[in-house]
Design a protein around this ligand. Sequence first.
Ligand code: GDP
Ligand code: MN
Length: 379
Amino acid sequence: MDLFEYQGKQYFSRYGIAVSPGDVADTVEEAIAVAERIGYPVVVKAQVKVGGRGKAGGVKLADNIDEVRLHAGNILGLDIKGHIVRRIWIERSSDISKEYYASFTLDRPNKTHLGMLSAQGGVEIEVVAEENPDAIAFLSIDPVRGLDIETSRRWVAEANLDEVAREQAAQILVKLYECYTQGDCDLAEINPLILTPDNKVHALDAKVTLDENASYRHPEWEEYRATETEDPREKMAKEKGLNYIGLDGDVGIIANGAGLAMSTLDVVNQVGGSAANFLDIGGGANADVMASALEVINSDPKVKVIFVNIFGGITRVDDVANGVLEALKRVKIDAPIVLRLDGTNAVEGRSILAPHLNSKLVMEPTMLDAARSAVAFTK
Ligand code: GDP
Ligand code: MN
C-alpha cells in the first residue's frame, strides 16, 4: 500500500526524521487557514500517489494569502497522470542549497536491503541511474546486522554529500532505515533530502510503500486504508476474500491456483485476447466462492466473456460443477461463460453441467479451445 506524501511525512516523524511543519487541506478555505497558521512563505503540494508532481504543476510556492488562494484553487481538481487531486498539503517553504536522494528498498535476489544515496537528488532516480550511474552510492545491508552509524557515515562520504550535511544525513539515514524495517516498508524514499542555506538537513518529500503482509501487526494502518483510492473491483474482491487483480482487457478470468491463473492469462493472450483480471479462487471452488468470483467479474463493465478454467487436483471437478450451477442460480450473469474443466472427477463434473449448456454457457475440452472460444465472444 502506497502512502500519500503527508502520510509518509507523518510516518517519518514518528521515527524522528525532520520534515517541514504543515497540514492537509481539502478546500481553498482550509488551505488558507493552514497557511495563515504556519506562516509564509508556504508550498502548496498536490497529494496524489504518483511522482513528478512538481513538473505537472502540482507543487507551487505561495508568499501570501492571494497566492495560496490561486495555487490551491488551481491544484485542487488537477489531473496528474490520471490522478485527480482531492487533497493538498501546505507546508512552510524551505530554502534549498542542495537536493539529495535517499532510499531503502528490498533487494530480493540478494536477500538484503538496498540503500541508495545520491548527491544529485530532486530528479527521478531512474534518470540519474541512466545518465550518471556513478552518482549513486549503493549500500547492501544485511538485515540481521542492520545499519549502524559508522557505516552510515562512510556511506554519506562515499556518496559525496557536502561536508556540512554529512553528520546530519548519516543520522537521518539510520532513522530512515529504522522506519523502513520496524515500520515494515517495502520502500522508504526521500527525494529530495535537502540541505538549507543555514546548513540544516531535512526531508522535503516522502514516498512510503507499506508491506501489506505485515498489516496484521499494524492496526494503526487502518487510517491509511481509509484514504486509499482503490480500484472498486479490487475492493469488492478483497471484501470477498478473493485473490483478484484488475487488468485492462475484456476476458474475465476465474482459475484455481495462481499458476493456472497466470497460464490462463498467457493462453488468452496467445490467441489474441486480453484479460480483464487475474483471479485465483484457490482450493475451495465451492458455490460461495464461485458466486463471489462471478459477481466481482460481472461488476466490471469491460468484461465481454468469462473464462472459467479449473483443473481439479484436491478440488474435485464435480464439486466445482455443482458450485458453478449453484452460483448461477444466485447471481445473474450478463456475459457468456466458457468453461474448461479437467482433472479429478472431470467426467462426472462435465456430465453435471452438460444438460445446462447453451449458447451463453459453453464448455470446451482443452484450455486452448476454451481460450479461442472465449476470445471469439469478444470480437
Ligand atoms: P515530486 O515532484 O512529486 O517529487 O514533488 P517534490 O515534493 O519532490 O517537489 C518537487 C520539487 O519542488 C522539489 O524537488 C523542489 O525542487 C521543489 N520544492 C518542493 N518543496 C519546496 C520548498 O519548500 N521550497 C523550494 N524552494 N522548493 C521546493
Ligand atoms: Mn519528490
